[in-house]
Design a binder for this molecule. Sequence first.
Ligand SMILES: [Zn+2]
Length: 159
Amino acid sequence: MSSIEALIDIDQTESAEIRIDPITGSRSLFSRKFFQKDEVIMDFLAKSVQPTPTYLTVQVGESEHIELFPDCLACANHSCDPNCFFDTTRMQFVCIKDVAEGEEFTFFYPSAEWDMDQPFDCTCGSEECIGLIKGAKYLSVASIRKYRFTDFIQMKLKG
Ligand SMILES: [Zn+2]
């Protein structure tokens, strides 16, 4: 078994699991144990670097979008009230609040995307929902103050 296969195995059994909605077929990432705020859920790698974003990538530079490994991380959905964050400097998927066993892992897409390829109307249902999600470039000052962003996005926000 290669180390890459071993990594998938460990991450899917110990930290997280993919759940597939039987009706819509959409995938989500769920916690398999309790995590404390600031705890690292798993380290990740860039499986590839793409010049343009896709729904599977996270932005780390002007024309650098990494495809995440382990693959299951691509199933983490957006929420306007997220419990996780992709730290693309340390290359760690971390909790930004306590996460219960069996709870869905979510992150704020604009925390790692400047100008999104495929904007969408958010249906996260959170009281904090900001509606149309287009990327950090379009956020209000209040949202910029409220959320955590990757180093690349922070640099862009400073202009
Ligand atoms: Zn929302």
